[in-house]
Design a protein around this ligand. Structure first.
Ligand SMILES: NC(=O)C1=CN([C@@H]2O[C@H](COP(=O)(O)OP(=O)(O)OC[C@H]3O[C@@H](n4cnc5c(N)ncnc54)[C@H](O)[C@@H]3O)[C@@H](O)[C@H]2O)C=CC1
Ligand SMILES: CCCCCC(=O)O
Length: 484
């Protein structure tokens, strides 16, 4: 952002654009969504190149998690936006007869989106889809930690969109803090809990509603499954939800595994075989796993591993290549629970496996920690499933898979407790950036004359009757006893 003055001009332009009401038009919304599709299609190669440059992502992973995922989401919004923005009839009690009511979605106004570096296109454009579909004007600030991706978002994407209504502003914490001083009609933040608190504090000054998409330690409970085939598939899904999702740098990636101590040796041995099949006999040489985003985050992970007690728990991998910011897929077995690796969100390709006396103890283990953004359980035990649904709390709960819920438009995505609040994806994104206004239409045909003073015992009884009989008997009484 060149200067505060220039930004003030841009902010004024965005507010005037919203006031012009053009962003409310269905055609405008669809045109912008189609612009996103065109960008994703025409710039796929540049996007994949940027993701490789920033994160070492393989283009298959880059397409799967960002270009492909976003194309799916934009098409879903194009299909749904007409219905999403139309008023919905609301049933009314008999006492309101003859009245009608609608819920009318209206855009919030000028909204601000902060995104993170690990899925820089996905986490910027997925909320942008909702903001556009709901008819808002928008400022998006991508993360400065993925500069190649941020540059494409700020210099190329605007060529496909209405620049008077949608602006992409590059920058880090300094720019973000300037933006946070302004008044927004909604702030959508994806990032750390620490910064989420700062965002919420800034938003409070203007009573701006926020959605906080934060992080946390996502557990995977792994039960002894029924067959070797199920175990093989489960392990692929666990490893995919760890190492093959931005190299473990994913907010809904599996942070650690909980397993019955008797089953642990089988699980670890099977994982080692599967890792080699996924990343080659020498996983240090793989091109299929993203690198750590920067030296600071790399050294943080390296220091976690260098803790003597943690180092002693390494049963697979553990090598760190500082020059290439690469840590090979690593498995720990029962590292100390007080070590940083088990008290902080790992956000890297290190998988602690924690053994328990029995798998049911996983519920207490999970409940003794902050509510995770995602919880996974690989089990066919119906009793355990029922207990996990009713006795644990998380942003989402998935049985026998990982990560995949992020791709389902009909499942809202968001956290609970320390992992955030608010949700999006699919129509939930539209709702997040809308105010759903109830509109009640009354007539003069009937009048409940006793709803006004002067108060009398008779009126009191009529009101009491109405409420007691939930208005049905009341209306009948009224029709018979109407007084001027
Ligand atoms: N729930 C979700 O969908 C996701 C959550 N995350 C979480 O985000 C964290 C990692 O992402 P990071 O980008 O490193 O988080 P971060 O909180 O450092 O940065 C997030 C955004 O906030 C901005 N920012 C940084 N410092 C700021 C400040 N002092 N004031 C205002 N804005 C500031 C950054 O420029 C970026 O755009 C992890 O905790 C991860 O779990 C990451 C991806 C998705
Ligand atoms: C395709 C999965 C993206 C999830 C976003 C995250 O976990 O950071």
């Amino acid at each position: 952002m060149d200067g505060i003055g220039e930004f003030e001009v841009e902010l004024k332009e965005l507010r005037e654009c919203f006031k012009s009401r053009k962003t409310r038009e269905l055609n405008w919304r669809k045109t912008q969504l189609k612009g996103l599709l065109k960008f994703l299609h025409e710039k796929e190669e540049d996007i994949c190149k940027a993701l490789h440059q920033d994160l070492g992502k393989h283009n298959v992973e880059a397409f799967r998690d960002e270009v492909g995922m976003l194309t799916k989401s934009v098409n879903n919004a194009l299909k749904g936006v007409t219905q999403w923005m139309s008023p919905k009839k609301i049933p009314l009690p008999l006492a309101a007869f003859p009245s009608s009511a609608d819920m009318v979605p209206e855009p919030l106004g000028l909204v601000l989106i902060f995104s993170s570096w690990n899925f820089p296109f996905g986490l910027s454009i997925e909320p942008l889809i909702g903001a556009i579909a709901a008819g808002n004007t928008v400022v998006v600030k991508p993360s400065e930690l993925a500069p190649a991706s941020s540059s494409i978002l700020a210099t190329v994407l605007p060529l496909y969109l209405d620049s008077k209504a949608i602006k992409i502003i590059e920058g880090g914490a300094d720019v973000a803090q300037i933006l946070l001083e302004k008044k927004w009609d909604k702030i959508f933040f994806t990032g750390s809990t620490r910064v989420g608190r700062a965002v919420m504090t800034a938003a409070a000054k203007h009573l701006t509603p926020v959605t906080l998409e934060l992080g946390g330690k996502c557990p995977a409970v792994v039960d002894s499954l029924g067959s070797s085939r199920e175990l093989k598939i489960a392990i692929l899904r666990i490893l995919g939800g760890k190492y093959a999702s931005c190299g473990g740098q994913a907010c809904i990636g599996i942070d650690y595994v909980l397993v019955d101590e008797k089953f642990a040796p089988i699980l670890v041995d099977s994982m080692k075989v599967a890792i080699k099949r996924m990343f080659g006999d020498n996983p240090k040489q793989t091109n299929a796993m993203a690198r750590i985003i920067n030296k600071q985050r790399f050294l943080r992970l390296k220091s976690m591993l260098n803790d003597d007690n943690v180092k002693a728990s390494i049963v697979f991998g553990g090598s760190c290549d500082e020059e290439n910011l690469f840590i090979e897929p690593t498995i720990l077995l029962d590292p100390p629970l007080k070590a940083d690796i088990m008290s902080e969100e790992i956000f890297g390709p290190i998988l602690p496996i924690i053994t328990l006396k029995n798998i049911e103890d996983s519920i207490d283990f999970i409940n003794s920690r902050p509510k995770p953004l995602a919880l996974y359980a690989f089990t066919n035990n119906e009793t355990l499933k029922k207990r996990m649904v009713s006795e644990t709390s998380s942003g989402s709960l998935t049985f026998n898979d990982a990560i995949i819920h992020f791709l389902v438009d009909t499942i809202p995505f968001g956290g609970v407790g320390q992992s955030g609040f608010g949700r999006y994806h699919g129509k939930y994104s539209f709702d997040t950036f809308s105010h759903e206004k109830p509109v009640l239409r009354r007539s003069y045909l009937t009048e409940l004359w006793f709803r006004y003073p002067p108060w009398t015992a008779y009126k009191f009884n009529l009101i009491r009757t109405a409420i007691t009989f939930n208005y049905v008997g009341f209306v009948l009484v009224m029709l018979g006893l109407k007084r001027s």
